[in-house]
Design a protein around this ligand. Structure first.
Ligand SMILES: [Zn+2]
Length: 293
């Protein structure tokens, strides 16, 4: 059985036909655009989908679309990458492809891809944490993706690190984990403190003995690791999947997370969790979106 999935970014759509039983990508296409209007993105995505669907008539049923943003049913409540707010994307796309469309958060899609066909395969409970531009997570509990009543559970980047105040986060609140961690905000913080380079450069700078780099690194990575250890305590996952552009390039961060989970999560949860790196790379969201359709 085959399914159709879409991974929609700010400037690119990837569309694939995926084998449901294995998560294997049978065929895929990619398109880049500059016009970010809803009409242009709907028609561009629909054209890719219709072409792939015509070539693979066995791919019946609905389409899963992984989307970087906050969603409410077919409506994109907020997608900073595309500059969309309160946009009904699902309904016109569904009309254009003649089949139901399910929008899912991109991190949820990536987590589901890893759960169904990647690094977390075989468990019933998985926690996924990605540190790239920001900090995101998704929770699979008892074999189901946790969505919450407003479809925003797993917003791990916005757990608070202090009771009051703290650095301003992109969400408008203060003191969020993501205000200190992730390519965008950690990069800004480094610049303010006179450090050059990107978030992934902080680890080698700290290791080389730069005192400012050490202070920022210990704060940012220490709090990330502690927040993850607390999530492991609460959720008791079988697998913790780590990924994203920053974590995949910073082995010291991964090591700190391992040590902190071992030392600070409850004994039973620490003993049960297997900590692994995401294994599907850029395909996790595409595969997950198709399998969630
Ligand atoms: Zn925030």
């Amino acid at each position: 059985m085959l399914s159709l999935g879409v991974d929609l970014g700010g400037t690119t759509a990837r569309v694939a036909v995926v084998e449901r039983s294995t998560g294997r990508i049978v065929a895929s296409e990619k398109q880049t655009w500059t016009d970010r209007s809803v009409e242009a993105v709907v028609s561009g995505t629909a054209a890719l989908l219709n072409r792939l669907a015509a070539a693979h008539p066995e791919a019946t049923g609905s389409v899963g679309v992984g989307f970087a943003g906050m969603l409410r049913g077919p409506v994109v409540a907020n997608a900073p990458n595309l500059g969309w707010r309160e946009v009904d994307f699902g309904t016109p796309l569904s009309a254009a492809v003649g089949r139901p469309v399910r929008l899912v958060n991109d991190l949820s899609a990536a987590a589901w891809g890893e759960y169904a066909a990647g690094a977390a395969k075989g468990t019933s409970d998985a926690l996924t944490v990605f540190v790239g531009t920001g900090v995101g997570s998704a929770i699979i509990a008892g074999g189901s993706l946790l969505s919450g009543v407003s479809q925003v559970s797993g917003e791990f980047g916005h757990v608070k690190l202090m009771v009051d105040g703290g650095r301003l986060c992109g969400c408008g609140q203060q003191g969020c984990l993501e205000a200190y961690m992730g390519g965008m905000k950690l990069g800004e913080w480094m610049k303010e403190e006179g450090l050059s380079g990107t978030a992934a450069d902080l680890e080698p700078l700290a290791a080389a003995g730069d005192a400012t780099a050490r202070r920022l690194y210990d704060f940012a990575v220490g709090h990330l690791a502690l927040a993850i250890a607390n999530q492991v305590t609460v959720l008791n996952p079988g697998v913790l999947v780590l990924g994203g552009g920053v974590l995949s390039r910073c082995p010291g961060m991964v090591q700190r997370i391992r040590e902190t989970v071992a030392r600070r999560s409850t004994v039973a949860s620490a003993a049960a969790v297997k900590i692994v790196m995401a294994s599907l790379g850029d395909d996790s969201g595409l595969v997950g979106a198709a399998l969630l359709s």
